[in-house]
Design a protein around this ligand. Structure first.
Ligand code: NAD
Ligand code: MG
Length: 395
């Protein structure tokens, strides 16, 4: 069929990937799936390949790819199976691809996202860690590659929607005073510090408003998610740390706001469902249906706002600190956080030790100017080693 947009979905088996395929399946005359990728979940990727018939399926792990390849052949599929990081980059930069949904979780999403940027694709960026780790390098690649960058993170998508067209990279020219980034506050908004110390993995994985992958759900509980989003906003909208204010808004109905110099505040509202930002970015600049129901304001009834408590949730302060430090500090913060979250999920450290670990790694690392990607990847590796050592000492 002519004029079908060819889409690669990185991290297809995750929460964002599944929601993206849901939206795409509602618009078969607009989109075709070029490639689907996953880490190692063979069953899930097999089923998606059967339904969406992509040209390529990529698994990070060789053995998983091997198993997927056998299963697909037995089922008579023509999808070609590849493996490894190089293949993730290949399906992100392929000449037949129009749009890339970057929805791998963590630092693993960085290289394919950069490949898509350099190849000038329309990038639907869910993987916020790319901007946290390598904001300057990624934005430069977007610029040089002539790529179109559309934020999927609901807050940034909201900000994108209420900013003046073509002035998003210069807040002053656009008459924007500041960005008001909303945060649900997570499941422990009302908990005392003593209660936070006892938090279990199960409790932390139970987000009040959003259904998301485990890593971002824990990040939401510590408020590191909002910290990462502050850094993400800094790069997407060329904002200084002082131009970004975090507002706790427990209902998650306002997805973020922008305050203009004349006192106007513009907000984007909707049900907390990622298919709205996904459909916005897939269809941009046109609007298209997403399957999300109407917002019932009468049922919502009230909208509350609070100042975030950085004493109880130091991760948010640490992210602002890293942003102000500049250079490789955010990459170090991100790597230490990834190790800390995994250790918490494996019950090796307590919930309240997540910020302690990150703070210690940040304090003991050398902060340098960003020279290139290799340097950032080295900082990421060093921070992971330091974080593992911290866990070794604490247990
Ligand atoms: P998820 O854990 O549900 O899915 C992650 C996906 O990445 C899976 O398909 C998995 O197979 C793949 N993956 C994991 N590790 C990989 C690796 N090392 N190499 C290659 N692939 C790998 O995560 P999610 O909730 O869908 O989030 C994805 C990204 O989107 C994250 O960066 C998250 O911060 C961001 N995001 C998610 C939401 C949400 O509502 N879920 C909202 C905003 C932003
Ligand atoms: Mg978000």
């Amino acid at each position: 069929m002519p004029n079908l947009q060819q889409v690669t979905i990185l991290g297809a088996t995750g929460t964002i990937g599944v929601n993206t395929l849901d939206v795409i399946s509602q618009h078969p005359n607009r989109f075709a799936v070029f490639a689907l990728t996953a880490n190692k979940n063979v069953e899930a990727l097999f089923n998606q390949c059967q339904q969406f018939k992509p040209q390529y399926a990529v698994m990070l792990e060789d053995q998983a790819a091997e198993r997927l390849s056998i299963q697909l052949k037995q089922a008579g599929s023509t999808t070609e199976v590849l493996s490894g990081m190089d293949s993730l980059e290949f399906v992100s930069a392929h000449e037949k691809v129009d749009a890339v949904m970057a929805a791998i979780v963590g630092a693993a999403g960085l290289k394919p996202a950069i490949a898509a940027a350099k190849a000038g694709k329309r990038i639907l960026l869910a993987n916020k860690e790319t901007l946290v780790m390598a904001g300057s390098i990624f934005m430069q690649a977007v610029d040089e590659g002539g790529a179109t960058l559309l934020p999927i993170d609901s807050e940034h998508n909201a900000i994108f929607q209420v900013m003046p067209n073509d002035k998003r990279m210069s807040l002053i020219d656009g008459g924007v005073k500041k960005i008001l980034l909303t945060a649900s506050g997570g499941p422990f908004r009302k908990a005392s510090y003593e209660e936070l110390k006892q938090v279990t993995v199960k409790q932390a994985l139970n987000h009040p408003n959003w259904v998301m992958g485990p890593k971002i759900t824990i990040d939401s509980a510590t408020l590191m998610n909002k910290g990462l989003e502050v850094i993400e906003a800094r790069w997407l909208f060329n904002a200084s740390p002082d131009q970004i204010e975090v507002v706790v808004h427990p209902q998650s109905v306002i997805h973020s706001m922008v305050e203009y110099v004349d006192g106007s505040v513009l907000a984007q509202l909707g049900n907390p469902d990622m298919r709205t930002p996904i459909a916005y970015a897939l269809g941009y600049p046109e609007r298209m249906s997403s399957g999300v129901g109407s917002l019932d304001l009468f049922k919502t009834a009230r909208l509350d706002f609070e100042v975030p408590d950085v004493q109880k949730f130091p991760c948010l302060r640490l992210a602002f600190d890293a942003l102000r430090m500049g250079g490789n500090a955010a990459a170090i913060l991100n790597a230490a956080n990834e190790v800390a979250v995994e250790a918490f999920i494996k019950e090796k450290i307590a919930f309240t030790e997540i910020p302690s670990l990150i703070e210690s790694v940040l304090e003991n690392s050398t902060i340098n100017q960003v020279i290139d990607l290799d340097m950032l990847i080295a900082s990421d590796t060093e921070a992971r080693v330091a974080a593992e050592a911290w866990i070794g000492r604490s247990s």
